[in-house]
Design a protein around this ligand. Structure first.
Ligand SMILES: Nc1ccn([C@H]2C[C@H](O)[C@@H](COP(=O)(O)OP(=O)(O)OP(=O)(O)O)O2)c(=O)n1
Length: 200
């Protein structure tokens, strides 16, 4: 069951679902979602000198990203074909019996701005700001202003609460993240290993 505006308000008031700061609830709480605003920090991939990213190489991913913090009242220009990581201004706490989905806003979609290129799921138990995978599929640069409503979060009730919510056991490498976080896929091994053993 997807939470409606009344359900969302009830859970926010109960305090187990957290979206903060929620400065303008009347504007931000939509019929069945909460609009989240764009933060000021961005991570951009270098355009040159990247032979190839090896996801499993220790910290290699970090070497190829540079951080930009947009000044107050300034914009971040997202050029056609760009892929950058941004962040929501709000931090969230998702209780063990809900799962949240990061969705785009139609008004930005109509400008060809995508807010999550691939992954849009916030696990039960997740706490932190949400890293946005921003891309511009159009042919004109688009100015993104920190503080603008950039994405919306929907909440779905689980049939039963997660027994091992995000943060409680292995994995959970993005728990309590603040600002945009580059991929930490290289620590997958440490957290259980994704590589299949070779059969000789
Ligand atoms: N666009 C998104 C999507 C998710 N998350 C946060 C909330 C999720 O609960 C957490 C982990 O997401 P995934 O489970 O999709 O990521 P991984 O499987 O790579 O990480 P882990 O191994 O920690 O589960 O990251 C985020 O900040 N931005």
């Amino acid at each position: 069951m997807i939470l409606s505006d009344a359900d969302i308000l009830e859970r926010l008031e109960a305090g187990d679902l957290v979206v903060e700061p929620l400065d303008d609830p009347e504007l931000q709480i939509q019929p069945a979602s909460v609009d989240l605003r764009l933060g000021r920090e961005f991570l951009e991939f270098q355009r040159t000198n990247i032979p190839c990213i090896h996801p499993n190489s220790e910290r290699e991913v970090d070497e190829y990203v540079t951080e930009t913090v947009v000044d107050e009242d300034d914009d971040f220009i997202l050029h056609p074909g760009d892929f950058v990581l941004g962040t929501t201004h709000e931090r969230v706490e998702i209780p063990a019996d809900l799962i949240a989905h990061v969705e785009g806003r139609s008004s930005l979609g109509r400008l060809a701005v995508v807010v999550h290129a691939t992954a849009g799921l916030c696990d039960p138990g997740y706490r932190g700001q949400i890293t946005l995978e921003l891309s511009n599929l159009g042919s004109a640069p688009v100015a993104l202003t920190p503080g603008m409503r950039i994405s919306q979060l929907t909440f779905t009730e689980l049939k039963t609460a997660a027994e091992r919510p995000y943060g409680s056991e292995r994995g959970s490498k993005y728990q309590d993240q603040s600002g945009p976080q580059a991929s930490r896929i290289e620590s997958d091994d440490e957290f259980g290993g994704d590589q299949l053993e070779r059969e000789d």
